[in-house]
Design a protein around this ligand. Sequence first.
Ligand code: HEM
Length: 370
Amino acid sequence: MTSALEHGTEDTPGRLGAVLRAAGNDRPRALGRHGPWVATTLDQARTVLTDPATYDFPVDVSRRAVRRAEMRGRSPHGVVAPLSHERAAGAAVVLRTELDLELARTAGAQHDAMALLRRPVARSTTAATLPALAAADRDRVADAVLDWVDALGPVIASPRPLPAWSRARRSEDGARHRLETLLDQLGAAEPPGTATVLAAGTQVPVAAGAWLLVGLAERPEVQDRLHTGGLAPVQVVWEVLRVAPPTWVTARVTRRETTLAGVRLPEGGVVLVSPLLLGRLADLVPAGECDRGAERVVLDPGRWDDATARPGAWLPFGAGPHACPGRTVGLAQLTELTSWAAAHRLDLVSPAYVDQSRGIFPRPALVEIS
Ligand code: HEM
């Protein structure tokens, strides 16, 4: 990650750099004359995420505008109940089994972390979401989820919402329809909502897991501390979710003119909340041995040695009515992945860069696993 997210923000390109350069302000920062505005403190971020009467959640997972009538409810996908610890434990068992199978299936020691994690994560998340499915059906659903996730890629990466007749949108519609039909045949409740949970719960943990493997591969000393029990896996997990939260930014749109920390926002103004920015604030994150001054950019799981330090203050799982319902599952998957990685030796094959086309993920994420 030294090669990707840990260097200074001055030269970080694109929207990512623009948002990060807003850090250090105590008022929301406008990126242009008409916004968007970046929330620069935890208080601002909490206000934006927890007040849906003022700040709308405007799009669904496939970037279709959500009708206002639906927005009166708490979520465009209906209320998604948080998944239990029991479901999370089941997801971890499936992940471990599938990682071993995937490693055995792939020839050679070199792996692209994003590719390696796809199937294990999809199966693990499907097991957590639909625990009654037999393994063969779970695997069919997981494959259909991956097809939809892949078809969603170009739609999400497009700078503007794509028209319904575009090739990318038609292919995405087809993949979503096939997944929903399969879920319906298997008796899943509310197939469209379940499909959304499965897609959100696959792509994001795959990206987080890839950052985790790349981060460990880059740091033999962290791997050594994990081997010897000097670090708990969960410390690594929180630190990766701080340095590289896959959902690094989320947006809300004001329903009416309002004021945020003294800054006037017009009706229809876009406000960005960034867990990546918040995770660099010295008042939310304890200092680590490798930090320079108030900087909090270096991946240093040892900063969480102090059991009184509170990880997660930078909202990697969001907050408010749209906060992540899969938080326990995501944490369990990443903790299991860290334990699995600690039983191997990881080396980075080539520098990883930040791909901003869909959240953030490392590319290439080439890791040698022995
Ligand atoms: C490391 C793992 C994960 C991270 C970092 C993560 C992060 C997030 C974040 C930040 C949001 C809020 C987005 C916003 O406010 O705009 C969110 C929403 C969501 N997440 Fe996760 N997530 C993870 C894993 C999962 C898993 C495993 C599932 C399902 C099993 C899941 C399902 C969802 C769903 C359905 C939403 C939308 C909730 C709504 O709009 O009401 N996530 N996630």
